[in-house]
Design a protein around this ligand. Sequence first.
Ligand code: OFO
Length: 169
Amino acid sequence: MLSQTMQEALNKQVMLEASSSQAYLAMASWAEIQPGMDNVAEYFYMQSEEERIHMLKLMRFINERGGYALVPALAQPIVTFKSLKNMFESFLQHEVEVSNSINELVDLTLKEKDYATHNFLQWYVSEQIEEEKSARILNDKLELIGEDKSGLYLFDRDILNTRNQSEKA
Ligand code: OFO
């Protein structure tokens, strides 16, 4: 059974995962109207779906453990970006924020001696390691490419492979 504090903290995480899904959906839509960034758009559409799955997984857990998962109200995410690089920086920033929040939740489970939730959250800990890694790799690539058009062409061409590789890992 979840404590009230734990339930509220998990519901906050539900909101964060839902906001991530919305933020990445906005990135997908923005990328889709940039010339030649079709695979980047696809990458963020998939990323948005994934965040929704993370949200659902949390909601099901809260309800299973005797709490009540609340569907959150969401603010509009950032919908325009100065550049592709700027969008990917925001992606990484977002993932770091999510990782910090997961770490705080893990901390709370230890304080409360809630080992069931602690165990459940380990999946999110591993997931965040992977997501942060992918976001950092993509940011490093963009740093190297700079304004080089052929580099950007290859970046878009290859981005879905990066995703498939990290899914296999
Ligand atoms: Fe939910 O994993 Fe990214 O944010």
